[in-house]
Design a protein around this ligand. Structure first.
Ligand SMILES: [Zn+2]
Length: 187
């Protein structure tokens, strides 16, 4: 067991050392953008591609790094399973992703009856959202309401609800993301 653990940590730290730059820049999208090759930099402009576009080839490198890191931390290798299904409970808090999705669609439907995107002003956005939240407040458990906070409608943008490798968006952001990437204690 002890040997196993030592081998595990040796492998893990060797892997980290070998990917130091990428891990340090895991969430620095400018770094990933800078990896574009000549051909990718010179792509003709396209209506569906912003100048900030990062090619799938590069995003896949970043994703593989995340998947390897998750495997070191949590010891599973089936991270891509059920990637787009909401039929699961968050690995950390246990919130059911389908409940989260139902709650958010009720909020959005109600919100759209209270706020007119074409005519209403930005200052009216939050009061309308609060009203929608109040109207559904009794119908969902606290856990669902709490874990929905990153996916509520925002002025100017809407985010799509998907779990991240089995974690709800809030647990991913608060618990998992801080564990990924470079660890300054290794300096
Ligand atoms: Zn969660």
């Amino acid at each position: 067991m002890v040997t196993y653990a030592i081998n595990y940590f040796t492998k893990y730290y060797q892997w980290k050392g070998a990917h130091k730059t990428e891990l340090k820049n895991l969430n620095n999208m400018n770094y990933w953008r800078s990896l574009k090759n000549e051909e990718e930099r010179n792509l003709p402009s396209h209506p569906n591609r912003s100048p900030n576009h990062i090619p799938t080839r590069i995003l896949n490198i970043r994703e593989d790094l995340i998947l390897t890191h998750l495997t070191y931390l949590f010891g599973e290798e089936e991270w891509k399973k059920n990637r787009y299904s909401n039929d699961l409970n968050c690995r950390s808090c246990g919130v059911n992703m389908q409940d989260l999705s139902d709650y958010l669609s009720q909020i959005i439907k109600t919100f759209d009856t209270l706020f007119n995107w074409r005519n209403d002003k930005e200052k009216d956005f939050q009061p309308a959202l609060n009203k929608a939240l109040d109207l559904w407040d009794q119908d969902y458990p606290e856990l669902v309401k709490e874990k929905a906070r990153l996916n509520l409608p925002r002025y100017g943008s809407r985010t799509l609800l998907t779990h991240k490798y089995g974690w709800c968006p809030v647990c991913w952001e608060d618990i998992i993301m801080p564990q990924l990437g470079w660890d300054d204690r290794l300096e």
